[in-house]
Design a protein around this ligand. Structure first.
Ligand code: SF4
Length: 197
């Protein structure tokens, strides 16, 4: 029997496996949202805003959550009612709505469980590093193809100097903190990120 002939394509099985892992993570997020009396969308927006203490635009929050602006606006109205975020006019564009988390909103976001923690917990440190490198690569490719909202990752940051010391244990460099970096140090949601575009 030739298993290459009868086995489903690798990308299909990989996709199935990732879908199952994502379902576990989503369930953990939903349970946390329920415990905090939030809908999944409200929880997603709250955490996005709380991670941006300088403020976040409503349109960016909607793009992050993958929803329409009107839907995001409804979620923000509910978050305001719960005293978790507040709205204000963006200083750079008076017509744009910006959002900040209240102290209560920050506390809720900080207490949020890491939804993928139980999934990666069974991997060794070396395996986690290898997987992290692949995740960064996939995020970068999605961003280049504009299939994901802009992410605050090192690989899209103007402070990132990629592979400036090839063949060493710390091949990259962050010009913001002026420090060499290994692949394991890359960030996927850095508050100091500035887009290289
Ligand atoms: S500022 Fe943040 S995102 Fe930019 S290179 Fe440094 S660590 Fe990475």
């Amino acid at each position: 029997m030739d298993l290459d002939q009868i086995t489903e394509p690798l990308d299909r099985r990989l996709s199935d496996g990732l879908t199952r892992l994502a379902a576990v993570a989503r369930q953990i997020d939903w349970q946390a949202a329920e415990a905090a009396s939030l809908s999944p969308t409200q929880a997603d927006i709250l955490r996005f805003v709380a991670n941006r203490p300088q403020g976040a635009r409503l349109t960016d929050a909607a793009a992050h959550a993958g929803i329409r602006k009107a839907t995001a606006s409804d979620a923000v109205t509910a978050l305001e009612r719960k005293a978790l975020v507040h709205k204000y006019a963006d200083a750079a564009d008076g017509r744009a709505v910006a959002l900040k988390a209240t102290p209560k909103g920050k506390r809720v976001a900080q207490a949020w469980p890491s939804s993928f923690a139980p999934i990666v917990a069974g991997l060794s440190l070396a395996e986690q590093e290898m997987l992290f490198g692949l995740v960064v690569k996939m995020i970068r490719q999605l961003q280049q193809r504009q299939l994901i909202a802009p992410q605050r990752t090192c690989v899209t940051c103007r402070h990132f100097r990629e592979n400036v010391a090839p063949g060493t244990g710390m091949p990259h460099f962050c010009a913001f903190v002026r420090a060499p970096m290994a692949g394991r140090h890359l960030r996927v949601d850095c508050a100091e990120h500035e887009s290289a575009a």
